[in-house]
Write a protein that binds this ligand. Structure first.
Ligand code: HEC
Length: 183
């Protein structure tokens, strides 16, 4: 029997048979578990992508609108003259639109500065000619307008100083200066 080896089976003993049967169950189950794990694992970002970073996910899940709660009783923080100018006055006064005296143009401001700070302030608050009251920003505090007028005036060569805001009338007594309460 020269070819007896060719027909030799891999499984020769009952022990080998048992191992083969067990393996034929266990190996596919193992592969299935691995595949299931792969398919159901939630985070599989592409290389170099931050689409699944915590921040990116939070951003996608964020509600469309957000609300900023502003305490209406909180003291208003007044802007500086430069900030007010940039936000509310520059649109006209930088270009000289509608005949507005140009920012920093001493020739155009000369006569107006002669009216004095208080008149200019009053006119800026109430509006004058083509200029709407407070430049169209009713939200501005009078003091903020004053600061913007002082800022513009200084740039045109005037020595303006905006008045300091007065303490709100209903401020708690404890916050009043000692001299005030002693009166
Ligand atoms: C919509 C355009 C416009 C905006 C915005 C605007 N102004 Fe004017 N402003 C004018 C015009 C036009 C004049 C000239 C009015 C005139 O004399 O007839 C003027 C004049 C003034 C004068 C001179 C007033 C006077 O008595 O001669 C001051 C001061 C002034 N503006 C301050 C401001 C300040 C401060 C702001 C921002 C809070 C501002 N303006 C925003 C158009 C504007």
């Amino acid at each position: 029997m020269s070819d007896s080896n060719e027909h030799e089976l891999l499984i020769k003993t009952p022990k080998q048979l048992i191992i083969a049967i067990v393996a034929s169950f266990v190996i596919p189950i193992f592969i299935i578990i691995l595949l299931a794990n792969y398919v159901s694992s939630s985070e599989k970002p592409a290389a170099g992508s931050d689409a699944f970073s915590k921040e990116a996910i939070a951003e996608r899940l964020a509600p469309v609108g957000t609300i900023d709660f502003v305490d209406a009783n909180a003291p208003k923080v007044l802007k500086t003259g430069e900030q007010v100018y940039a936000a509310a006055c520059a649109a006209c006064h930088t270009t000289g639109a509608a005949g507005a005296p140009k920012f920093g143009d001493k020739g155009q401001w000369g006569d107006r500065l002669g009216k004095g700070f208080d008149t200019l302030w009053k006119n800026a608050v109430n509006g004058i000619g083509a200029m709407p009251a407070k430049g169209g920003n009713a939200d501005l505090d009078d003091i903020e307008v004053a600061r913007a007028v002082a800022y513009m005036g200084k740039e045109a060569g005037a020595d303006f100083k905006a008045p300091e805001p007065t303490a709100p009338a209903d401020a708690p007594a404890a916050e009043q200066p000692a001299a005030e309460t002693a009166k």
